[in-house]
Design a protein around this ligand. Structure first.
Ligand code: KG4
Ligand code: ZN
Length: 336
């Protein structure tokens, strides 16, 4: 099996080739972050248009390592949701057209299932049962993957996702978009001296909107006392470190509780925020003694197509290919 995987659910145009053993032969990601930065967030119409402009060259680059190019492929996997409708339509339209032209079967993959199974890129023999903490721009979910077909959503955010909170707090601090990596950088060497809430709710739920609002009040107070406070990189570093420490502590507290509650022996941390250095270190330090912790390399935490490839292999093994045409579902909720 040589599988071409395509991912266009948000603002990365990505393609990858994986073999039947889940080895990544190529993974190409064309980020649109620079184009959206001046708007402070992803502009859906612009994102879809940029996917149209780039998809062919990104796929061509992903096929580079294959001597026979398109002729070497046996199937195509593509993200069918959740995500921005116009963006998903570009990926699924391209995948299905290319597959039809070459007589290849297609499998539609949930972006969230892709994030979870990206853990296999770090641990190829990963099998259920395990816990997944999925932390991205749109989701903060704790999932108990009990078997190949059975994934129970233990808890989710009641408002903002943690990645969204990173992006919004970065804006409050005058840091560039995307905010997650900017806070990660700014927090380095900062002193987490400001006390912020840890929004730990019952039932493994999260609420990051309150934490973001607490940062807003804190910043307003600091700027009222000194209008130039945010021009001081030291102050920005301390604020970034304080927010990041509170967010990471919250995630660790819920993950620790979920590991104890389920009694699993393995937990994976995935999604864009899982590339955060402090989160990776703290989860390993605090949860490592409780369970075997798997966190994929940072490049497979943020959106990419290799994760769609490994999740596609799993989907094919479990249920075969999808009948055409593929149904795009921007609100897809599916972890199984
Ligand atoms: O998984 P992802 O690439 O896209 C979605 O499916 O949403 O996650 C993107 C999110 C953004 O909110 C971004 O700011 C955040 O992940 N992010 C980070 C880091 N890198 C990306 N958050 C904290 N630290 C990082 N290093
Ligand atoms: Zn994602």
């Amino acid at each position: 099996m040589i599988l071409l995987a395509i991912e266009t659910s948000c603002d990365e145009t990505a393609a990858a080739v994986v073999d039947g053993g889940g080895r990544v032969l190529s993974s190409v990601v064309a980020s649109q972050a620079a184009a959206h930065a001046r708007f402070g967030g992803v502009v859906p119409e612009l994102a879809a248009r940029m996917h149209v402009e780039r998809i062919a060259e990104v796929v061509t680059e992903a096929l580079q390592p294959l001597d026979r190019g398109w002729d070497a492929l046996t199937a195509v996997a593509v993200t069918r949701g959740p995500g921005l409708a116009g963006c998903l339509l570009v990926g699924t339209g391209y995948a299905q057209a290319a597959a039809a032209a070459r007589g290849l079967p297609v499998v539609g993959v949930s972006h969230m299932v892709g994030h979870v199974w990206a853990a296999r890129l770090a641990r190829p023999d990963l099998e259920p049962p395990f816990l997944a903490l999925v932390v991205s721009g749109g989701h903060t979910d704790l999932v108990h993957v009990r078997s190949g077909q059975d994934a129970l959503l233990l808890g989710a955010t009641r408002d903002d996702a943690v990645g969204e909170a990173f992006d919004k707090v970065a804006r409050l601090l005058g840091l560039p978009y995307p905010g997650g990596p900017a806070i990660d950088r700014a927090a380095r060497g900062g002193d987490p001296r400001f006390r912020l809430p840890r929004p730990v709710l019952p039932d493994f739920a999260f609420s990051f909107s309150g934490l973001k609002t607490a940062v807003r009040y804190l910043v307003e107070e600091i700027v009222a006392a000194d209008p130039l406070a945010l021009a001081n990189p030291r102050m920005v570093a301390d604020l970034a470190a304080s927010f990041q420490t509170a967010a990471v502590d919250t995630l660790c507290l819920q993950l620790e509780a979920a590991i104890e509650h389920t009694g699993v022996s393995r937990a994976v941390v995935v999604g864009g925020v899982a590339s955060n250095r402090q989160l990776r270190a703290e989860v390993a330090r605090r949860c490592g003694p409780l369970a075997d912790i798997v966190i994929p390399p940072a490049e497979y935490c943020t959106d990419n197509a290799a994760m769609i490839g490994v999740a596609g292999l799993r989907a094919i093994a479990e249920g075969g290919f999808d009948p055409e045409p593929l149904v795009v579902d921007p609100g897809l909720i599916d972890y199984s």
